[in-house]
Design a binder for this molecule. Structure first.
Ligand code: FAD
Length: 406
């Protein structure tokens, strides 16, 4: 009998965890399981602010797919997905096509620019290993250029971050920690360097407890971060950005502009004709799309409503990983022709945002607030727990974060 073909797109948190679970749950005699990913590695998106700032080498964030996926059980295809044809049950790749009986989409996020002029062309984004390496190298290059220029060019040593949400704050915290070393390396007077965070909303870290936000801002300001809150970015150019507060516009010159103010689901999903809301599919409780019984969506390509607040859950790795449990189970049900689908309910264990080495803020176990070193240790525990779940003790020992004093 012909074995059903299951194809998983994307080896991010949702995709790789679904694959790793499926390879344990269903035998190769039952299913033909394929994982497609652009690269031959999985990367820890949640660590990319560190590699972007240059405080953690990007290789620490990468895990070879062969180290966690059993290639005797899973066909791994290293290729780029161009589109999906859900009616014909086909995936179009850069180098060919794949047919499927059941599909899991885990293609992750991309930056949302909200139509702001010039962002796409002139901003750097923390999206993947390549884009984060580019940010690190750009900052280093511009710092190295500074003392080679005849004229004073402050824009070379001005770093501007758009967005004081989770990603923006985590990145700024890392950069603030790295600046003393960068200034030393390139013989730059630290008092001349600017690190600016621009946030359109009324507060940094929207959604966090005000006490935690105050702590985070105080800690970052003490390290020299300038906050421009309630300030909208109107335009980005090759030489800087234009911001506006209370109707007054200002230009901030910079050659290091990082946009971290918003993400949406991978546009491939929308272009492939799935109905989306801000680029994300509003999936059914069993993670299948509203229109296709054979397509499951996990991670940042999906949107889950929080019934209590009436608002969507923010897209996180935590949710993507939890979705993988339900996705793998439901794929097994479909392959075996059953009907006992599981429904997905996020179990938010906590949220911890790093403020740079040894410092963080967060909420765990529902309402318990954590600050400073304790929060930073908790962040490492969360990271290490994921590695253990994904690749067992071997992966944890290889890639884990164990220095609790940093
Ligand atoms: P992703 O992890 O985005 O992976 C998508 C995968 O698909 C990648 O492997 C990519 O290469 C592949 N892919 C994409 N397009 C194609 C294509 N066309 N063809 C083939 N392959 C493709 N969340 C938390 O819970 N906690 C945190 O502390 C946290 N910190 C964060 C810090 C930063 C700096 C950032 C940027 C995000 C952070 N997040 C955090 C959010 C979290 O990283 C995302 O929610 C999570 O990565 C989404 O996982 P995913 O499985 O949807 O896809």
């Amino acid at each position: 009998m012909k074995k059903p073909k299951v194809v998983v797109l994307g080896a991010g948190y949702g995709g790789i965890m679904t694959t790793v679970k499926l390879q344990k749950m269903i035998g190769t005699n039952e299913v033909d399981l394929t994982l497609v990913n652009k690269h031959d590695y999985h990367y820890q998106t949640t660590w990319l602010h560190e590699s972007s700032a240059g405080t953690l080498h990007h290789d620490r964030t990468r895990i070879p797919i062969k180290d966690v996926v059993d290639f005797n059980k899973v066909n791994f295809v290293q290729d780029t997905v161009i589109s999906i044809d859900p009616k014909a049950k086909k995936v179009i790749l850069e180098d060919g096509e794949l047919e499927y009986d059941y599909l899991v989409i885990g293609l992750g996020f991309e930056s949302a620019t909200f139509g702001i002029k010039g962002i796409e062309e002139h901003a750097y984004t923390i999206n993947n290993v390549n884009s984060s390496r580019l940010i690190r190298d750009t900052i280093e290059y511009n710092f190295s250029l500074y003392n080679n220029e005849e004229e004073e060019r402050p824009e070379l040593i001005t770093i501007v971050v758009g967005g004081a949400g989770f990603t923006g704050i985590e990145f700024v915290g890392e950069v603030a920690n790295r600046l003393p070393e960068l200034c030393h390396e390139y013989d730059i007077d630290p008092s001349k360097v600017r690190l600016v965070t621009v946030e359109a909303g009324p507060s940094a870290l929207a959604g966090f407890d005000p006490e935690l936000v105050e702590y985070a801002m105080n800690r970052l300001e003490a390290k020299g971060v300038e906050f421009k809150i309630g300030t909208a970015i109107k335009e980005a150019t090759a030489d800087g950005i234009v911001v506006e507060k209370d109707g007054v516009q200002e230009e901030i010159k910079t050659k290091n502009f990082v946009w971290a103010a918003g993400v949406r689901g991978n546009s491939i999903v929308e272009k492939s004709g799935f109905e989306v809301n801000r680029g994300r599919v509003q999936i059914r409780p069993d993670l299948r799309t509203p229109d296709y019984d054979d397509v499951i969506v996990v991670g940042d390509c999906a949107v889950i409503m929080n019934e209590e607040t009436g608002r969507p859950y923010p897209p996180t790795a935590q949710i993507a990983i939890q979705m993988a449990d339900v996705a793998a189970h439901n794929v097994k049900v479909m392959v075996r022709g059953g009907s006992e689908f599981k429904e997905f309910t996020p179990n938010i264990l906590g949220t911890v945002a790093s403020l740079g080495e040894g410092d963080a803020i967060g909420v765990v176990f529902g309402t318990r607030k954590l600050f400073g070193w304790m929060a930073s240790v908790m962040k490492k525990i969360i990271d290490n727990r994921y590695l253990l779940k994904l690749g067992g003790i071997g992966l944890l020992l290889k890639k884990g974060k164990f220095n609790i004093f940093k």
